[in-house]
Design a protein around this ligand. Structure first.
Ligand SMILES: NC(=O)c1ccc[n+]([C@@H]2O[C@H](COP(=O)([O-])OP(=O)(O)OC[C@H]3O[C@@H](n4cnc5c(N)ncnc54)[C@H](OP(=O)(O)O)[C@@H]3O)[C@@H](O)[C@H]2O)c1
Length: 257
């Protein structure tokens, strides 16, 4: 049985992505920590003869999480032909005042687990000469962001890695893509302690449904990178003509709470 694996599917962008892929007939393997929420998704997305829904409750920031997840799929005979690395979080604040354990968990979830999951799942995709990976990066990936420094750096890692692997695997039938949403109305801002940031004002934020639509069209068209929203695309384009320090200063002003 072939599955689309979505990490961080319990809420926010991941949940909307799950909904979209479900309505396009994909069998889903949904992963997040909140087991109750995953059970509720099983009821929301009923199985049919051709469409199966599996869930695994797991903390993807813990060491070895990617290996354990891969081994579970192997043990159950679930082949993953689309991997959507969506689980991630940010935290706002002065670098040295931010709890180090929180930063380490973030780096592990946003980068290490994402990389390890690709490492495990691309191998069978290469054998099958078919597969896709979508990594949820961010517009934060395009410049450093004061007080959001580790998060922005982790997303730059995701973007660069995805760009390289897109080219590296093109001739193997595998497409690796990066999606770059700007501020999106989910629980992300609350977890990052950025509820008061200008960019998370309802009039400015995108909806997770719109980001999920972009994710699906990127998957369908096998594109390398997709930035969500005209304003974000324009900012990313203009930033190429500005000094890097100025970009960083402006980004810091945009996100400040
Ligand atoms: N919202 C934005 O403004 C924005 C902008 C650009 C990029 N992004 C990126 O989009 C992705 C999704 O974010 P979102 O906005 O949808 O945030 P969200 O509403 O906070 O959802 C995050 C999802 O990740 C899961 N998750 C978090 N920590 C996890 C862990 N340790 N192990 C397993 N699952 C975990 C959460 O589920 P559980 O709590 O059940 O584990 C949840 O399903 C992230 O990579 C984020 O960096 C968001």
């Amino acid at each position: 049985m072939t599955f689309t694996l979505i990490t961080g599917a319990s809420t926010g962008i991941g949940y909307e992505v799950a909904k979209r892929f479900y309505f396009h007939g994909h069998s889903l393997l949904l992963v997040a920590r909140n087991a109750e929420r995953l059970e509720a998704l099983k009821r929301e997305f009923p199985e049919t003869q051709n469409q199966k829904i599996k869930t695994i409750a797991m903390d993807l920031s813990s060491p070895n999480a990617a290996r354990l997840l891969f081994e579970q799929t192997q043990h159950n005979g679930w082949h993953v032909d689309t991997l959507i690395n969506n689980a991630g979080f940010g935290t706002f604040g002065l670098f040295d005042e931010t709890n180090l354990e929180t930063l380490e968990n973030m780096m592990h979830l946003n980068m290490v687990t994402l990389t390890a999951l690709m490492h495990f799942f691309i191998k069978p995709m290469r054998a099958a000469k078919h597969g896709q990976v979508i990594n949820i990066a961010s517009t934060a990936a395009f410049q450093g962001i004061p007080k959001f420094s580790v998060y922005a750096a982790s997303k730059a890692f995701v973007l660069h890695l995805s760009e390289a692997l897109h080219v590296e695997y093109k001739n193997y039938g595998i497409c690796v893509s990066a999606i770059c949403p700007g501020a999106t109305a989910t629980q992300f801002a609350t977890r990052a302690q950025m509820q008061n940031s200008k960019i998370f004002k309802p009039a400015v934020s995108a909806t997770p449904e719109a980001v999920a639509a972009l994710c699906y069209s990127t998957w369908k068209n096998r594109k390398a990178i997709a930035v969500h929203g005209i304003a974000n695309r324009l900012l990313v384009f203009l930033s190429r003509f500005m000094p890097r320090t100025l970009n960083t200063k402006l980004a810091g002003k945009f996100v400040d709470v």
